[in-house]
Design a protein around this ligand. Structure first.
Ligand code: ADP
Length: 151
């Protein structure tokens, strides 16, 4: 018997969870595509956040639902506006790595009031997007933790 309190045991369990086991597949668009095409991709892929990559598949931006809604409020033709005009860009983008604690990634989501983080691998010339960590991933991990305990 460890003599640990319930909340110590819970936090021990939480600190075992890594981004690696809980992230989703990333949905990416090229920085040359139009806002119209990004909206289409967001609907077809059924995600709330798109990651924008350059020719070398390196992360250059993030597009949220509100970014695309905001761009749609003017009278411009959305097929004529490239996403790189409206996206949130590097270096403002908050990222995580597969080996990070899920708890640390969750903290980044809360502190920055965002819905998703790109999971990246660091390259010499930038960051390659290999996953998408969302608030839903964190919620699911939380629910699974209790379910596993009842097995
Ligand atoms: P929504 O716009 O649907 O509320 P978010 O809360 O995720 O979605 O996005 C809010 C703002 O933060 C948007 O302008 C978006 O581009 C930006 N954003 C989203 N994810 C990130 C991220 N990982 N790093 C930096 N900025 C982000």
């Amino acid at each position: 018997y460890t003599g640990k309190t319930g909340s110590e045991l819970l936090s021990d369990q939480l600190k075992k969870l890594k981004v690696r086991e809980h992230h989703s597949v990333p949905v990416v668009v090229n920085d040359k595509v139009s806002v119209y095409d990004a909206i289409t991709t967001m609907f077809l892929e059924d995600v709330g956040t798109l990651f924008v990559v350059n020719e070398s598949s390196l992360l250059v931006g993030v597009l949220s639902r509100k970014d695309l809604l905001r761009a749609s409020m003017g009278n411009q033709d959305l097929s004529d506006i490239p996403v790189h005009i409206i996206m949130t860009r590097v270096p403002k983008i908050k990222i995580c790595h597969k080996e990070d604690l899920l708890l640390d990634a969750a903290n980044k989501l809360i502190e920055n009031q965002i819905d998703a983080l790109p999971v990246v691998i660091d390259r010499e010339d930038g960051q390659e997007v290999v996953g998408r960590l969302t608030k839903t991933n964190v919620t699911k991990a939380f629910v699974d933790l209790v379910r596993d305990e009842n097995v």
